[in-house]
Write a protein that binds this ligand. Sequence first.
Ligand code: PLP
Length: 399
Amino acid sequence: MNTAERVRRIKPSPSTAAAQRVRELKSQGLTILDLTVGEPDFDTPDHVKAAAIEAVEAGETKYTPVNGTPRLRAAIAGKLRQRHGLEYTDSRLTVGGGAKQVIFLALMATLDEGDEVIVPAPYWVSYPDMVLANDGTPVIVDCPETEGFKLTPGRLRSSITDRTRWVVLNTPGNPTGAAYTTTELRALAEVLLDHPHVGVLTDEIYDEIWYDDGDQPSLAAVEPRLADRVFLTNGVSKTYAMTGWRLGYGAGPEDLVTAINTLQSQISSCPSSISQAAAAAALTGPQDFVRDTVEVYRARRDTTVKLIGETPGLSCTTASGGFYLLVNCRQFLGRFTPAGGRIESDEDFTRHLLETQQVAVIHGSAYGAPGYFRISFATSTEILTEACARIAAACATLS
Ligand code: PLP
């Protein structure tokens, strides 16, 4: 069957491909230390599961309003009010099968052919392909490590054209863990105020997995004059270990939300009623799960940062949020393996880790960060410690 041009423009997500490769190697009997995983290694909290079971038993098994059950919408509005002091009425909230679907729908609802979307790199793998799938043009803006992997006002200003529809801001970010401070958001807002045709898609999926003081600020709250141009996206996947429940949400201007709901009404009608009940319980119920897991992630992050820092030739910055580290392996490019193979790229480097030490990580190029690789620390300290020892051993063989 011939596929459409829009499908031929894009590729399967590299993280899904990496997970598939790990599964294949495991099925061959190999023990792989898997640091590719983009989801919590914890189980969904019991009270959330109980809410889903109750929903099933109460017959909440039918289509819901396209923009979610009133209970879920109230829970989302409550979270945004409590966390950021933001007020969203029902007509400015939408829900979908994960933040991923909500972001995709926002792009589908707004992009015409040739419209540009500014994507700061390193970026979450899906943004450029989502833009391409919706006929847009991703404008990748390099944000180097020396600038904290963050978009600066200068780089933002020089990337904006008449065709710019959106700038994507993922904070805390995947794959870097970098997060924008209030001051940095305010500086970006100053530029955006000069360009009223540009919207901002904020991806705040890791907002609660947060290690620094205070809370991760949200652009819509930092600069209320942008409130009608910010589409804030988030979800329950990462914070509440609910990746499989597929529930995300978006909050923003009413006309955009209406357009997304129209698309959603023709695509899936609504997300799962059962997942909506579970998500409402997650957002409104006890939050000790979040506090406890963040402390576990923090300890793992600290261990991994220390071990990587002790490995000659490797370095990484400490993540402010999320559960990833982007490790700089540039010093190994151009070196040779014991078998005589030359490490030409970060992809060769990660292949060397996998083939010689059975450690799976994802090459930085997949995130627009050549010369780096991504470690997920959403796995046990034992695995992280052993994996770092093996990474060091693999590095030591390169000459
Ligand atoms: N945004 C970022 C930055 C992510 O890393 C991910 C998942 O990997 C998502 C969005 C998708 O989240 P969801 O499970 O809600 O679709």
